[in-house]
Design a binder for this molecule. Sequence first.
Ligand code: DGY
Length: 324
Amino acid sequence: MSSQPQVYVTRPDVDISGLELLRKSCNVTTWSQALPVPRDELLRQIKGKDALYCALTDKIDAAVLDAAGEQLKCIATISVGYEHIDVDECHKRGIRVGYTPDVLTDATAELTLALLLATNRRLFEANKEVYNGGWKSWAPMWMCGHGLKNSRVGFFGFGRIGQEIAARIVPFKPAKITYTTRTARPEEAAKVNAEHVSFDEMLCSSDFIVVSCALTPNTKEIFNAAAFEKMKTNCIFINTARGGVVDQMALCEALQAKRILAAGLDVTTPEPLPLDDPLLKLDNVVVLPHIGSADIETRKEMSRITARNILAALQGCEMEAEVK
Ligand code: DGY
């Protein structure tokens, strides 16, 4: 048995640069397939490991920690979100948790803007018409959408990613940007001239709603039927945060009934969305397969940060990004 620390990596397809960093001083085992590691395999493989390199597709709970054994020192996820990890349970056992904030902020903000523009300007709907013969001629009111100019954009959550999305929206000349958070963030808000408003005011007055919060017990399905009922009928709902903040059935019904105009979703429940999901039958929805941070350089750096988090934890040093 090697004296090097043992690390299990749940995704063989993370960027090699992270794996190479680990291999310099650790004995690294990886799951062999590009799909998430099955639960029973994870429970088997984690046994005796000193660290786990995981992703948001892996549920890390007490059973996984039990299966690992007492030598487990660190769980590091290649994501900014860590709702898939039972952090309290880790901390109770002295297991440190690493994640990858900041590095993916710009990539996620860029993707959110792309999704917003694809939804409000109906890019996918229009593109289909090019291929299915629906494009007969230029027509004055055909495939028109609602621009950001003079609109009111409401943010739910205004952390690093929300702020960067807002900064990218400013050049499109919205009439007003608002944000809804538990605590006002006047300094950050001033940079984009955003106003702090209540959840209800944001729901009732926004032309665009952009979700950029973490999934927590407080935000779980906060966008429910009552919330969609309060939105303007021209409201466009954009979510690149987590599918779990939305009651998806209620969203689907609101879209079907034209209670709201459209939705752009990079995150859903479940992921992947089954091919027969009713959302996929609607023209006024753009669904992407959770690619917010899928920028090559970003994903490479996420891989390296995850590795460096593990190495730091194994050496008892400060981690680059630790969930406290
Ligand atoms: C995250 O990091 O949490 C994103 O959702 C995926 O990169």
